[in-house]
Design a protein around this ligand. Sequence first.
Ligand code: SAH
Length: 254
Amino acid sequence: MNNSSQLQGGKVWLVGAGPGDPDLLTIKAARLIAQADAIVYDHLVGNGIMDLARSDARVIYAGKESSKHTMPQGDINQLLVTLAREGLSVVRLKGGDPFIFGRGGEELETLVASGIPFEVVPGVTAAAGCAAYSGFPLTHRDHAQAVTFVTGHLKDGTVNLDWPALARPNQTVVFYMGIGAAEEICKQMINHGLPSMTPAAVIRNGTQADQKTVLATLGTLPHRLTESGIKPPALIVVGSVVGLHEKLSWFEKR
Ligand code: SAH
């Protein structure tokens, strides 16, 4: 890979870094990271990925652990504009896919308003990465005809979701940012008709060396979470595909 910058300056690339394992970067993401003049990256960008950056690149951490926002969103938006106006090639690097619970859209709106050119590079979203590395085929034909990605953390702090839709049978539901609300999520799914025996799992640090999968049911998940002391970032997966983990898991068995 060529390490000298060949990128056009004054432009921003909004890039998905995937769920953690650097090998899950797209070739385009790896090339852009290696060439950018400036990189603004998030908390969820996996270990090892920033090592690809040029040694003379301007590297800025924009933070965002749940509830510990290092840099307010408005400042991040403005920073991208400022760096691009300096004539730099700027990579805005986000965990997973930038358009899936990544606030990438908001950053692009500021760029558009400021007349800054941009491109978007998709990444492997956490649900796809965790499902692959935990052995849950999200839409296995015998189990699920649909998969829903939903946030367990709403802007106003509530988890006021469309529970009747989420509790329908024959689907897989993946909750992002749901650890803090796990008890409420499980209670609502049961109250809206799913059996408390429905398989459910939590995957922490999916695709990374320390990935951990905790298997449970809707009824036992809150207790299993407390017991295992799991902290974010983690996904909650609900549906009978979780039952395939025993047969199909490979990563945690290495
Ligand atoms: N844009 C990201 C999601 C950002 S929201 C994507 O497409 O994946 C942040 C949430 O994503 C976390 O709270 C967690 O629920 C989930 N997440 C991100 N990376 C993860 C990982 N490696 N393992 C488990 N969950 C992860």
